[in-house]
Design a protein around this ligand. Structure first.
Ligand SMILES: C[S@@+](CC[C@H](N)C(=O)[O-])C[C@H]1O[C@@H](n2cnc3c(N)ncnc32)[C@H](O)[C@@H]1O
Length: 313
């Protein structure tokens, strides 16, 4: 579908009463909203391996997810790997119980694939026991998820958590930070630093690409950088698709300003976008000071630790 048509549909749904329900139905029928756990698990496994290399141990950890979305795939993956508890917080109560129930069924049915994905990260016998515990859940409702120590906190704001200081081992998110305004991001990171233990970790997978390019092959992943902020909000902005368009250096600065030390950054540069810029893609003046790599980074993993707390040890 041409991206401009999708933007118009989103805008129309955003204006209608009950438009969020309608938009979810459209996403389920024509979009990418489905129960497949493997749309997220490989990225999550990669995140786990990198955290493991940095010294994080998931067994017994208390984890905080920022931005659950419709399906708690990553929280359940952490449970399979031995986390003691995962709190998953979202501003909106979007968790889809029907899809989550089906997603759990598929997870359990794919036991061999899961074991392969997490080889070396978890004892296979324990993994099998935890898959059996998931299989025994009556459904994927928030109440049933609590039985495996996944606590769905929605509506809730990751910038204002009820938890005491120094009580989480990990704060993480998957494709959330690109959807949050810069001041709200600063507040989320301040709060993460407060609730993380001094030796805790932050791990965030960010998708700073033009999300309309995920479905429209006619545009590149940096297409939205041709617009001024005002034009972009007029054309592409609505409650379902807000994107801050922050490039990697600005995202990383938010972490360091909030008192995190970045231990590892993994940018993925989109070569098609690089080629487009070289051919004269009209980058808006707001973005002209970025170098080509930062401009065309369309996936970014950031691994960080609370700076002052590390020094206190
Ligand atoms: C793109 S969706 C999440 C996708 C999901 N993590 C995944 O892996 O597919 C982004 C979510 O972040 C949530 N969110 C945004 N700001 C937040 C905040 N301050 N606290 C908690 N959740 C927030 C939104 O409500 C939205 O449901």
């Amino acid at each position: 579908m041409r991206w401009t048509n999708k933007a118009k549909i989103q805008k129309a749904c955003a204006l209608l009463p009950g438009g969020d329900v309608l938009y979810r139905q459209i996403q389920r029928r024509y979009g990418r909203l489905n129960a497949d756990p493997f749309k997220r698990l490989p990225q999550h496994a990669a995140m786990l391996r990198r955290l493991h290399e940095l010294g994080f141990r998931v067994e017994g950890a208390r984890c905080l997810e920022v931005g659950t979305g419709h399906l708690p795939i990553a929280p359940l993956a952490f449970v399979l790997l031995g986390a003691a508890e995962v709190v998953t917080v979202d501003l909106h109560r979007r968790l889809d119980t029907e899809l989550t129930t089906e997603m759990i069924r598929r997870l359990v049915a794919a036991g061999d694939e899961i074991a392969e994905l997490y080889r070396g990260l978890v004892d296979p016998a324990r993994l099998a026991d935890r898959l059996a515990a998931l299989a025994a859940l009556p459904s994927g409702s928030p109440a049933d998820l609590r039985k495996v120590h996944v606590h769905y906190a929605a509506p809730g704001d990751a910038a204002r958590m009820p938890d005491a200081d120094d009580t989480f081992d990990l704060s993480f998110s998957m494709t959330v930070f690109e959807h949050v305004t810069p001041p709200a991001l600063a507040a989320i990171l301040d709060e993460a630093r407060r609730v993380l233990r001094p030796d805790g970790f932050a791990a965030h997978l960010i998708d700073p690409s033009d999300h309309f390019a995920h479905q429209d092959a006619g545009i590149t992943r940096i297409n939205f950088l041709r617009f001024s902020e005002r034009e972009w909000q007029r054309v592409g902005g609505n409650e379902f698709s807000y994107c801050n368009r922050l490039r990697a250096p600005a995202l990383e600065r938010l972490f360091t300003d909030a008192g995190f030390a970045i231990e590892r950054r993994l940018p993925t540069v989109d070569e098609r976008s690089v080629a487009a810029v070289k051919r004269g893609f009209p980058v808006h003046p707001d973005y002209r000071d970025y170098d080509l790599e930062d401009l065309c980074t369309t996936e970014l993993e950031i691994y960080a630790r609370p700076r002052a707390k590390v020094h206190q040890r």
